[in-house]
Design a protein around this ligand. Structure first.
Ligand code: NAD
Length: 368
């Protein structure tokens, strides 16, 4: 019997989003053909494009489309055209944050990978990144300082008083820690909890709960690092880490730092996961208005987001491995878009890069 189709909501968005998404779909088609399955890809409006067409960054029909899908493949939103709108109506804030909230996306996975052939793209000295690195930041996404109550500003006799609250409950820590340990099982089998347990009560709870989760995963090593030291070690020796597990604020900062030391934003995918197998998958970068419409953006972040999606929402690990292998193979054989081309290297466009990756998937010689 034919496997039932899984629906994917494709929200290309603004700027480089649509051109990168179109190119990425060629890779999706190649994977489906090579591995004999088919997903149902359904386009929806989001971000500035949705504001222009429907007056809202996240129209109700887009939410419905996502609700009826197993996964959301998100491009990027925003751009100068919508920057004068009130902050709450701007594409990023009015589309991504509500999506995270509506679908309870509590775990954000951001792999920061520097391929050995691209070490010169890293701003770090070559000896610090020799051989490349592969760090996964797992960030708690719906709790902590960003959402904790009380929160607000009040007048006082001397001026004003502003409060944010870092609060976590056991179950919020447990579920994201579980994601980190499962991810580590398919990697180098080490989770490092980033905290500030020398001063924060909430960090003490994180340590206690994460130790409990670790006990259920005897094959995975657990260690601890203070967030200030983690920030330092990421620029001294990023390759020493495997999975970094972080509460919301620490993860926000460290995932950007890890992306920065990995070189180009155009290479980095991300996944935001909720209960069950539902997830939202998107490139780590934004809509890149400076290069939008020129056909030069790097599609790899979006393509690797598809790999994460196939693996995490559809259980298709072999296909995900094939995509990653095809990307690594193309990089190894010198295929470069402008953002990762070094002096003297020829750069190809968005579509050519995606077609080369699709070709490698189809030939099943992803490792190049
Ligand atoms: P950006 O990530 O769009 O761009 C930063 C730099 O990285 C630019 O030089 C850009 O050309 C480059 N870059 C990013 N992706 C690339 C790719 N795939 N290939 C080659 N180069 C790439 O960040 P920004 O300039 O700060 O923001 C631009 C717009 O994107 C803003 O409106 C911002 O709000 C929005 N934004 C959206 C998201 C999202 O949709 N998740 C995330 C970040 C920023």
């Amino acid at each position: 019997m034919a496997e039932p189709k899984g629906r994917v909501a494709v929200l290309a968005g603004d700027g480089i989003g649509p051109e990168v998404m179109t190119a990425t779909r060629e890779v999706c088609g190649a994977v489906e053909k090579a591995y004999g399955f088919q997903l149902e890809w359904r386009d929806g409006l989001v971000g500035g494009a949705a504001i222009d067409a429907k007056g809202k960054a996240l129209p109700a029909e887009t939410v419905e489309l996502c609700r009826s899908s197993k996964a959301v493949l998100f491009g990027s939103v925003g751009g100068p055209k919508w920057e004068s709108l009130p902050p709450n109506e701007q594409p990023e804030r009015a589309a991504l944050l509500p999506l995270r909230k509506i679908f309870g996306l509590y775990a954000n996975l951001r792999p920061a990978v520097l391929y050995p052939e691209l070490t010169e793209c890293s701003p770090l000295r070559l000896e610090r990144v020799a051989g490349g690195f592969d760090v996964l930041v797992v960030r708690e996404l719906t709790g902590g300082l960003y959402f904790g109550q009380p929160k607000g500003t009040e007048k006082t006799e001397r001026g004003e008083r502003a409060v944010d609250t870092m609060v976590y409950e056991t179950h919020e820590i447990e579920r994201v820690a579980e994601v980190a340990f499962l991810a580590a099982a398919g990697r180098k089998k080490r989770v490092t909890l980033v905290d500030k347990a020398n001063v924060l009560e909430s960090s003490l709870l994180w340590r206690k709960v994460v130790k409990g989760v670790a006990a259920k995963h005897p094959g995975i090593a657990l260690d601890f690092i203070y967030v200030d030291n983690a920030a330092m070690q990421l620029v001294r020796e990023p390759g020493r880490f495997d999975v970094l597990l972080c509460e919301n604020l620490f993860g926000d900062i460290l995932s950007d730092e890890a992306a920065a030391v990995a070189g180009s934003l155009g290479m980095l995918p991300s996944a935001s996961l909720g209960e069950g197998s539902f997830g939202l998958y998107e490139p780590a970068g934004g809509s890149a208005p400076d290069i939008a419409g020129k056909g030069v953006a790097n599609p790899i972040a979006q393509i690797l987001s598809v790999a994460l999606m196939l693996e995490m929402s559809f259980g298709k690990r072999e296909e995900a491995v094939a995509i990653r292998g095809a990307v690594a193979g193309a990089i190894h054989e010198g295929w470069r878009t402008g953002d990762i081309a070094m002096k003297g290297e020829k750069a190809v466009g968005t579509r050519e890069m995606a077609q080369e990756i699709a070709r490698r998937v189809a030939l099943g010689r992803g490792k190049g």
